[in-house]
Design a binder for this molecule. Structure first.
Ligand SMILES: CC(C)(COP(=O)(O)OP(=O)(O)OC[C@H]1O[C@@H](n2cnc3c(N)ncnc32)[C@H](O)[C@@H]1OP(=O)(O)O)[C@@H](O)C(=O)NCCC(=O)NCCSC(=O)CC(=O)O
Length: 403
């Protein structure tokens, strides 16, 4: 008989967010997001991109880029990098030029500022003073400094000098989920801890003009956008001030053997040189079921994927990293998810593109606002899944407080 998450509650979970054995689960207590003010519609992007990089003569590549953008499921993307900035830094469009120093100089100020915009919203929602934050976890793919974005962010927010900081660079698109996993561990193991997690991503670190023979440049420039997300994480919420949104029942990481080649990147003189293999959508589709099943099993949630065409997966709500439209399609097809189950991920992809590690905060924010809609209705339990270099799959099992 099929056992679905909808029909069977985990034997080990208690109402207060614990595991029934005195171990308290951390909760996401607040979420904030932010984007740079300037944005380009996906419809206009191809003309914009080939014009500002002085490559309008590359007609074939332009036509291919148009096909990619048309099929991307993206409506607009926000960018810190503007046409004016590119006029001052034409070297950003040519990765043969030594532009890394200039890119890092821009990112040094812009990353903490964008992260602070998201974090301020999270702190306001949290309802307690910034000085009550005990730990700070900051992650970005757009940086390489000491003193880093964590110190600057702590200063911008007025955090205590004793706040315990962790800075994570170059974690790819799974970085935000990895940071949340770390926050969960900190919150559950340090009594009274309140962990601020922040991630800011700027496309300018990897921006480059189109090049013959490097087709993943088009993917990179065609789907990635800028954004920042933040969350406050803590166990044992102080009611009524703190209002949990999602309890974090478990968080796990899997590295898919033999896939190190699939997503690679390196900081080079011309910026972050990032490559994404064509097979990412099928790779994700192939591995998502066992990663999620492995994460659910210890909680006593079983999914029988062989019954009802795999319909058991519909008993969960889903926060899948929208790495690209084809990735969401692949997950939806493999898990036989009902239409609308990935609507939060698709809305975020549509409004902002793939914001790498920051994206998970946007998807969780969408999901908690989507109470009446198909993706959440009736589902107490759900999963957040993100993919990054490794290939890494970060899986977090969540229990929604209001469902
Ligand atoms: C790019 C797409 C929107 C295109 O849509 P479709 O696949 O439906 O359309 P399509 O097959 O006609 O593809 C349009 C054109 O793009 C080309 N194309 C597709 N994927 C490509 C890739 N990865 N590299 C190079 N070219 C690619 C196709 O060959 C085709 O060329 P032609 O038209 O000439 O035949 C989609 O494939 C997509 O969403 N891909 C997922 C992108 C991805 O891997 N994202 C993960 C980012 S990594 C991440 O999130 C984690 C991290 O970075 O850490």
């Amino acid at each position: 008989m099929a056992t679905t998450a909808a029909s069977r509650r985990p034997a080990v979970a208690s109402a207060g967010g614990g595991d029934g054995h005195g171990h308290r689960h951390a909760a996401v207590l607040a979420i904030g997001t932010a984007n740079p003010a300037s944005w380009v519609t996906q419809e206009e992007y191809v003309d914009w991109y080939f014009r500002v990089t002085n490559n309008e003569h590359l007609a074939d590549l332009k036509a291919k880029m148009k096909r990619i953008c048309d099929k991307s499921g993206i409506k607009k993307r926000h960018f810190h990098l503007t046409e004016e900035m590119l006029a001052d830094h034409p070297d950003f469009a040519d990765r043969a030029q030594p532009s890394l120093d200039a890119r890092l100089d821009v990112a040094a100020a812009a990353v903490p500022e964008l992260a602070a915009a998201a974090a301020r919203k999270a702190i306001v929602e949290w309802g307690r003073p910034a000085g009550d934050i005990t730990h700070l976890v900051v992650t970005t793919n757009s940086g390489g400094h000491v003193v880093g974005a964590d110190v600057r962010l702590a200063r911008l927010l007025g955090l205590r000098p004793t706040v315990r900081r962790t800075l994570l660079y170059l974690g790819g698109c799974s970085a935000g989920s990895g940071a949340l996993r770390l926050a969960k561990d900190l919150a559950e193991n340090a009594p009274g801890a309140r962990v601020l997690v922040a991630c800011a991503e700027l496309n300018l670190i990897a921006f480059r003009g189109p090049e013959d023979g490097c087709l993943d440049t088009l993917i990179l420039q065609g789907i990635f956008g800028d954004g920042a997300g933040a969350a406050v994480v803590g166990a044992d919420p102080v009611v009524p001030v703190e209002r949990p949104i999602f309890y974090m029942a478990s968080a796990s990481q899997t590295t898919i053997p033999g896939t190190e080649h699939a997503i690679t990147g390196q900081l080079r003189k011309g910026g972050l040189d990032y490559h994404i293999a064509h097979e990412m959508p099928s790779l994700v589709g192939e591995h998502i079921a066992h990663c999620v099943a492995d994460a659910l099993a210890p909680l006593g949630i079983g999914i029988d994927v062989d019954v009802d065409g795999g319909g058991g997966w519909n008993g969960l709500f889903w926060a899948v990293h929208p790495g690209g439209r084809a990735i969401l399609d692949s997950v939806e097809a493999r898990l036989a998810l009902a239409p609308g189950k990935l609507a939060a991920s698709r809305r975020v992809l549509g409004e902002f593109g793939n914001m790498a590690g920051a994206t998970v905060f946007f998807v969780l924010d969408e999901l908690r606002c989507a109470r009446g809609e198909g993706e959440r209705r009736g589902c107490e339990w759900g999963v957040a899944v993100a993919f990054g270099p490794g290939v890494t799959v970060e899986t977090m099992v969540l229990r929604a407080v209001h469902f």
